[in-house]
Design a binder for this molecule. Structure first.
Ligand code: LLP
Length: 421
């Protein structure tokens, strides 16, 4: 459920008409709903009720500080994967003790920044990284709390580019080697080994892969405890999928996911962390665009819109489907028409949808891409010297621009021309 609904024939974000935002900020833009963000966070928080837990929002999904603060205010921690994300979370007011540092290749510099500013834990991805965390901690005279990310060799049954839990993926340490790695970790004086981390992929639409992975984590917890390690925290990653179409998709609900966690891991008495990104932000954001031209091609009509692959890369990169709706609700009985919906970038890959049924549209009409809140704005670029588009946060009947559109001067003046030219 989200808060982008039609009212009296017009699409609203909470209590604000989309057309009003478009008139104020221009198109294209991203709009997020505070109520949806907080609702989705709460679904996870409630699903883990009864267990000692922290929901660490994977801020890579949508990292605007206003979004981070919106979630932090209802109790979210953050999962970060770079120094930039760490500093952004801190700037948004998230305390270090609620920030988890994930990521395959943390540099000494990143580790230093986090240890200096305060960190809940590092999720260690390799033995060389573990040695570097230890060295930096000793240099700073502190002890770094860590979990080790294990790779359970489970098929997440998702798009190949976002599956991370198979042995051929670059993530984590093979679960079969965990015992050896924990023995080494325990011998390093700069580390406090507090738990186990696992994350098997993103946009999972079934519970079974989670179940297989979490069962392996449960077994490993008992084994490591028997070997003398004080395993007291389990970070279970993110990955729960969202419905990208209104009609036929029904991925498991957070409450079912929470029940699975209780079933597979509840008996261990560990503190539970999860790192959902997409489910919190995905359906809490839309991308609004304007039809520039309607062009009749051979056997097909193109809607050429002012958003492009640089603003929302998911269709080009993952063949991802986003529902696209007209901001003016079609009257009942309107005959739909098939369009190829494309952006202005000079690549055929700049195609959002092929032969998508829409009400008849004309130049100047607004459309909205649904489910664009996660991995939308954060993956955008200035390809074709197109400005990064504004982000807008709606809260009830108010809205605010939370990232303005840069001017062309700002973009162009970032280049410097060497003296010899
Ligand atoms: N934790 C770790 C260690 C991760 O690598 C990820 C996502 C998450 C948590 C959050 O997963 P989520 O709950 O959002 O599924 N750009 C892609 C998705 C990449 C996901 C990368 N890792 C897309 O647009 O589909």
């Amino acid at each position: 459920m989200d808060h982008f609904l039609y009212r009296d024939g017009a699409l609203y974000a909470e209590d604000v008409p989309i057309s009003e935002i478009a008139a104020a900020v221009g198109t294209p833009f991203y709009a997020y709903s505070t109520a949806t963000l907080q609702r989705h966070f709460k679904l996870f928080d409630d699903a883990l009720e009864g267990m000692d837990h922290l929901v660490c929002y994977a801020m890579k999904a949508a990292s605007n500080q206003a979004i981070l603060r919106t979630l932090a205010q209802v109790g979210a921690g953050m999962d970060v994967v770079s120094e930039g994300e760490y500093l952004r979370a801190k700037a948004a007011g998230v305390p270090g003790e609620k920030i988890v540092f994930s990521g395959v290749g943390k540099t000494a510099r990143e580790i230093r920044t986090a240890l200096t500013g305060g960190i809940r834990q590092f999720n260690v991805e390799s033995e060389p990284e573990m040695e570097v965390i230890n060295a930096v901690a000793l240099e700073l005279g502190v002890v770094a709390p860590i979990t080790v990310r294990v790779n359970p060799d489970v098929d997440a049954k998702t798009h190949a580019k976002i599956a991370t839990g198979k042995s051929e993926n670059k993530f984590g340490i093979p679960i079969a080697r965990a015992s050896e790695v924990y023995t080494r970790a325990a011998a390093l004086p700069g580390l406090d080994v507090i738990g186990i981390d696992v994350h098997i992929g993103s946009q999972l639409t079934e519970l079974e892969p989670f179940e297989l992975a979490y069962q392996k984590v449960a077994e490993l917890t008992e084994q490591l405890r028997n070997e003398g390690h004080n395993i007291r925290r389990l970070d279970l990653g993110g990955g729960l999928g969202i419905p990208y179409t209104r009609s036929n998709e029904a991925p498991p609900l957070p409450v079912e996911y929470g029940a699975l966690i209780k079933k597979t891991l509840g008996h261990l008495g560990c503190e539970i962390e999860i790192e959902p990104g997409r489910l919190i932000a995905g359906n809490a954001g839309i991308l609004v665009s304007d039809v520039i031209y309607v062009k009749s091609g051979e056997g097909r009509d193109f809607l050429i819109v002012d958003a492009a692959m640089n603003d929302l890369i998911r269709p080009a990169m993952y063949e991802a489907h986003h529902d696209i709706v007209a901001v003016n609700e079609p009257a009942p009985g309107t005959e739909m028409q098939a369009y190829d919906i494309v952006g202005p970038v000079c690549e055929s890959g700049d195609t959002f949808a092929k032969q998508r049924n829409m009400p008849p549209l004309a130049s100047g009409d607004l459309i909205a891409f649904r489910s664009a809140g996660a991995y939308g704005a954060v993956m955008s670029s200035e390809y074709n010297t197109r400005p990064l588009i504004p982000e807008v946060l709606v809260n009830g009947d108010q809205f605010a621009v939370i990232r303005p559109r840069p001017t062309f001067d700002e973009m162009i003046n970032r280049d410097t021309i060497p003296e010899w030219l």
